[in-house]
Ligand binder design. Structure first.
Ligand code: SF4
Length: 387
């Protein structure tokens, strides 16, 4: 056997191991996922009902890339758990909340629930998300997930809806109220009324290099009602597809540009993308373009790394002058930041001026709009991988 083939065999061993470990972890900690819908399922449903239903009905993807992405989430979560443990905080890991809403079986699994009594009883839910690149703003599906978790915790505070398992999946506490589970597991006495507790949810987004926290999210009764309504619709459609009275292709799908479509594993026959002409002669060019883009990304990352290393070398050298390296010289220079127009400030200034001049019937928004210029439209090539 030659070396590349032996390498492939090794990767296949890793893939199989990840698949088996993932299945065991899911079964141990989350139970039979076909028997309920989770908060992350509902978040996905809010973005694209078709993708969420297909994900629930079809077997999970088992490519090495996908399994590594899933496992990365678990590894990050373990790491966060160890950090919280090292600080001696009172934490309930993987707290499960069960709820049946108008026939829909819902379960929320809260990554970490931090609890304390003093100076005021407080509960903080942390939902950990691992990503390659951190977003500037939180994703809507993640916000829905943390809001739903917080909503259920608040709504079911005094109901026997909470359970906790150990790391091997054995039930430690089953069907207790939230104050009961805190007393049993953490020896903490929480009030019987959730009104006496400070309650917040946070999204903790982590990449290999950075971390960003989004929050706090609070209890919102209207949002919870909306989430439960979506859960009921999701559950009903799931049962209808299982019994054959509904076809997946008539289920609504995401409209307009949706970033998940590019990597959605159900995009091959999605009605959002009509089949179009079949012209296989373009496939080699598209494959080559994709490879070039990948190289471009890798080169960009390498360039940024080299630049950062040379900047550091220059600043550590203590000189403000050029450093001569033989064929090239380099130094650090400071460039001015980009100037941009603050439209909100201009709006406020103009509104004030017009008010002062008693010219109050001017629509400042419309005035600003008339002064905007739109560049010429340009054609853009959009390429999706067909899963
Ligand atoms: S391709 Fe896009 S619209 Fe179609 S199921 Fe996937 S996410 Fe939804």
């Amino acid at each position: 056997m030659d070396t590349p083939n032996r390498g492939k065999v090794l990767l296949e061993v890793l893939r199989q191991g990840l698949e088996r470990y993932g299945q065991r972890q899911t079964q141990t900690m989350l139970g039979d996922r076909t028997a309920y819908i989770g908060m992350s399922d509902i978040g996905r449903y809010a973005e694209c009902p078709r993708a969420a239903l297909a994900g629930k009905l079809l077997p999970p993807e088992a490519s090495l890339e996908r399994l590594l992405t899933l496992q990365r989430g678990h590894w990050f979560e373990d790491g966060v758990g160890q950090c919280l443990h090292a600080l001696g905080l009172h934490v309930l890991p993987q707290l499960e909340i069960r709820h049946v809403y108008q026939g829909a079986s819902i379960r929320a699994h809260l990554d970490f629930t931090l609890v304390w009594e003093q100076p005021r009883p407080a509960v903080r839910i942390l939902e950990v998300k691992s990503m390659e690149q951190l977003p500037a703003d939180p994703y809507a599906a993640h916000e829905l997930q943390i809001s739903g978790q917080l909503g259920l915790l608040c709504r079911l505070w005094n109901k026997p809806a909470f359970s906790l398992r150990d790391a091997d999946g054995r039930i430690l506490h089953d069907k207790l109220t939230f104050p009961q589970i805190c007393r049993a597991h953490l020896c903490l006495a929480l009030p019987d009324s959730v009104r006496d507790v400070s309650l917040e949810g946070w999204l903790l987004c982590l990449s290999m290099k950075e971390a960003r926290a989004f929050g706090p999210y609070g209890y919102d009764a209207e949002l919870l009602a909306n989430i439960l309504t979506q859960a009921r619709a999701f559950w009903a459609q799931l049962q209808d597809i299982r019994t054959g009275s509904l076809m997946l292709d008539v289920v609504p799908h995401a409209q307009g540009f949706h970033p998940l479509c590019a990597c959605c594993r159900f995009n091959a026959d999605c009605p959002k993308f009509p089949q179009g002409d079949y012209q296989p002669q373009w496939q080699p060019a598209l494959t080559r373009l994709e490879a070039l883009k990948q190289n471009h990304l890798a080169l960009d990352a390498e360039i940024r790394e080299m630049e950062a290393a040379l900047k550091l070398a220059h600043s550590l050298s203590g000189t403000r002058d050029w450093i001569n390296a033989g064929q090239h010289r380099f130094r650090l220079a400071t460039t001015a930041g980009r100037r941009s127009l603050n439209k909100a400030a201009l709006f406020n200034e103009l509104t004030e001026i017009f008010r002062f001049e008693k010219i109050e019937d001017i629509d400042v928004d419309a005035l600003l709009f008339r002064c905007e210029r739109e560049g010429a439209s340009a054609s853009r090539l959009i390429i999706n991988t067909i899963s």
